[in-house]
Write a protein of this length. Structure first.
Lengths: 250, 390
């Protein structure tokens, strides 16, 4: 069995991101990066499937410049077997990334693709769904529990939806997106980190993967949220009503 | 919230990706698993045994040794791991130092193949605990005079003597005991439960309260002759182990200092007196800057020391300098932080008081501050000032 996990290099979750003075870009100088936390859940889930079933290969894939190999190595230090990096510098929109990943899936022919439900940097949450669409595969999003059938022909997935939990069953191959409560990712162990050095990272040129089409969306600028004015403490209900009336809110 | 370590000279650029991964893994472990337990353990005077399994799984035990189930990480990565552990608590770092750098290293460097394959995998897996019995009630800074004796009796050794201040002493499954044997200091592996071998926990410590400290007693304790570490003849053998541990302490101290500095900086930024955060006052700024400056110097010292160790060129005296100065620096940072925090600095919910109390021990164990001064004095002048007995 082969599992493919997609992952993205994103700024550390509590990093303080500044916007450049002209608002044209984010200032990522001195910002540390990590594996997108939702993708880390997907890696962990793949490793648990591997540990439970034995003969399973876990391949991690990322689209980006050379520095995203740090995150691929992190995933391999957790236990993934090998990595594929699609080399690209600069912006791509969600559909272009999904097309590149679809081409990798066609080469790798995994039984299951696992992804984080969204990346914490832009929070688009589009790529895995688009990938499933392009491949014509079933998908399950916001997964909080994944059970594969004995013969690995299908999966039962508990998805977190607005109304509660929804259980879906789908046939493999499929794309499943990890949500926060799926598992608790392990720490990369020191022996794991040493082994990761020797695990292979294959690099593919993005041009090798066929036509990705032109970008349908682009970022035109960034703007910080305005500071919220401080609140006011009122002493009684009457004062509250009075304050709301003064502000013409009631 | 991931800890933001001060890195004023961008030293992160000089670490390899692998070294940074090790630091980040141990940092997360300390943040999420250890720190929630440590203040209460300190209060109760309890070693958090429940963390042994997780530390073993992370590969922290004997992490810098090769083979036998050990991770085999380089000296700089090992240093960074210990730095993160001591950012949590010196007691936790002491457990790892004694297990790996003293106990496991003694077997690794001085043991037979049988001794290594019997003990190292289980020690790396945290299934067995080891302690290191060198110091005695009357022989601390002067181990060459130690009184514990091993006498040959047929195919056995008979051990007699007492050891004191032994970290992991009452929880260890095996002790590395240093004793006089045929006129030389030699190491022996003594298993817990061997008749004539016992331990007494040293109670009433107000420092290193999260680690176990015990006295060991050997009374006509008979062990088979194959329990001797064969490559140990003379004081050089235990000193080799101490060098490994002192190297780790030099890094660990920086971790404790960083924890204090960050606490002082946060507190000073939010504590308002006379209408402004106290970080806006010159006297507080000076304390913060003194800390940052000292930490930066120690970070540079550690990194260079690590690279020297990596290339095999490091001298024990260079390790002495780093142990001596970094621990003194960390203790000063803890005291300064306590000062910046005012009355809050003595409370359990802040870390500086715990670090300050711990560092008083760290300053003294593994070669006191003064002994390292004499080692360095001897090195630069060629004149030993250890006294008649030395």
């Amino acid at each position: 069995m082969k599992l493919l996990v997609t992952l993205k290099r994103t700024p550390q979750r509590d990093a303080r991101i500044r916007i450049s003075p002209e608002g044209a870009a984010l200032d990522l100088e001195n910002v540390q990066f990590e594996v997108n936390p939702f993708d880390e859940l997907a890696v962990e889930e793949a490793l648990r499937i591997k540990e439970a079933r034995g003969e399973v290969e876990v391949v991690v894939v990322s689209v980006g410049a050379e520095e995203c190999e740090q995150q691929l190595v992190s995933a391999m230090a957790m236990g993934a077997d090998r990595a594929v990096r699609v080399h690209h510098e600069g912006e791509l929109d969600s559909l272009q990334i999904a097309r590149a990943l679809a081409a990798v899936v066609e080469r790798e022919e995994p039984d299951l693709v696992l992804s984080g439900k969204l990346a914490v940097d832009d929070e688009c949450g589009q790529v895995p769904a688009m990938l499933a669409g392009l491949l014509g595969w079933p998908q399950a999003s916001q997964a909080s529990d994944i059970k594969l059938s004995e013969d690995a022909s299908g999966a039962t997935v508990v998805c977190e939806v607005d109304a509660g939990l929804e259980t879906v069953s789908l046939s493999l191959p499929a794309v499943i997106m990890a949500d926060l409560r799926l598992n608790e990712p392990r720490y990369a162990s020191l022996p794991g980190i040493m082994k990761a050095k020797k695990k292979p990272i294959a690099t593919l040129g993005i041009e090798e993967l066929g036509e990705l089409g032109s970008a349908r969306s682009r970022v035109t600028g960034f703007r910080a949220l305005e500071d919220k004015p401080p609140g006011v403490k009122v002493g009684s209900v009457d004062e509250l009503v009075q304050a709301l009336e003064e502000k013409k809110l009631i | 919230m991931t800890f933001k370590a001060p890195d004023y000279y961008q030293l992160d650029e000089l670490y390899s990706d692998e070294e940074l991964l090790v630091r980040s893994s141990v940092r997360k472990f300390v943040e999420e698993r250890a720190l929630p337990l440590l203040p209460a353990c300190f209060e109760e005077g309890r070693f958090p045994r429940e963390l042994i399994g997780e530390m073993a799984e992370l590969g922290l035990l004997g992490a810098n040794l090769e083979g036998y189930g050990c991770a085999g990480i380089g000296p700089v990565a090992y240093g960074l791991a210990l730095q993160e552990l001591e950012r949590g608590d010196s007691g936790l770092r002491s457990f790892v130092s004694v297990q790996g750098s003293l106990g496991m290293y003694a077997i690794y460097a001085h043991g037979t193949e049988e001794q290594k394959s019997r003990w190292l995998p289980e020690l790396a897996a945290g299934k067995k605990i080891v302690c290191f019995g060198l110091t005695e009630p009357d022989f601390g800074s002067n181990p060459s005079g130690l009184q514990t004796r091993a006498d040959t009796a047929g195919d056995e050794y008979i051990l007699n003597g007492n050891k004191m201040w032994i970290t992991n002493g009452s929880i260890a499954d095996v002790a590395v005991i240093w004793a006089q044997c045929d006129g030389e200091i030699s190491g022996f592996l003594v298993e817990s439960g061997t008749p004539g071998f016992s331990s007494t926990t040293q109670k009433g410590k107000w420092s290193l309260r999260t680690s176990d400290t015990a006295e060991l007693h050997l009374e006509d304790c008979r062990i088979p002759s194959d329990c001797r570490l064969p490559k140990t003849t003379g004081l050089k053998a235990p000193l080799m182990c101490l060098n490994q541990a002192r190297y780790g302490i030099a890094w660990g101290a920086v971790g404790a200092a960083m924890a204090c500095y960050s606490e002082a900086l946060d507190y000073a930024g939010s504590r308002v007196q006379f209408g402004s955060p106290i970080s806006s006052y010159q006297l507080v700024q000076q304390k913060l800057v003194d800390m940052l400056s000292a930490i930066t110097a120690s970070q540079l010292r550690c990194q260079r020391l690590g690279r020297l160790k990596e290339s095999g060129a490091v001298r024990p005296q260079q390790i002495s300098l780093a142990k001596r100065d970094n621990v003194a620096m960390a203790l000063e940072c803890a005291r300064n932080t306590r000062d910046v925090l005012g009355a809050n600095g003595i409370m359990e919910e802040y870390q500086c008081g715990r670090h300050m109390r711990n560092l008083e021990s760290v300053k003294t164990y593994e070669g006191t501050h003064d002994i390292h001064t004499l080692i360095l004095g001897n090195d630069i002048t060629g004149i030993s000032a250890f006294g008649e007995g030395g």
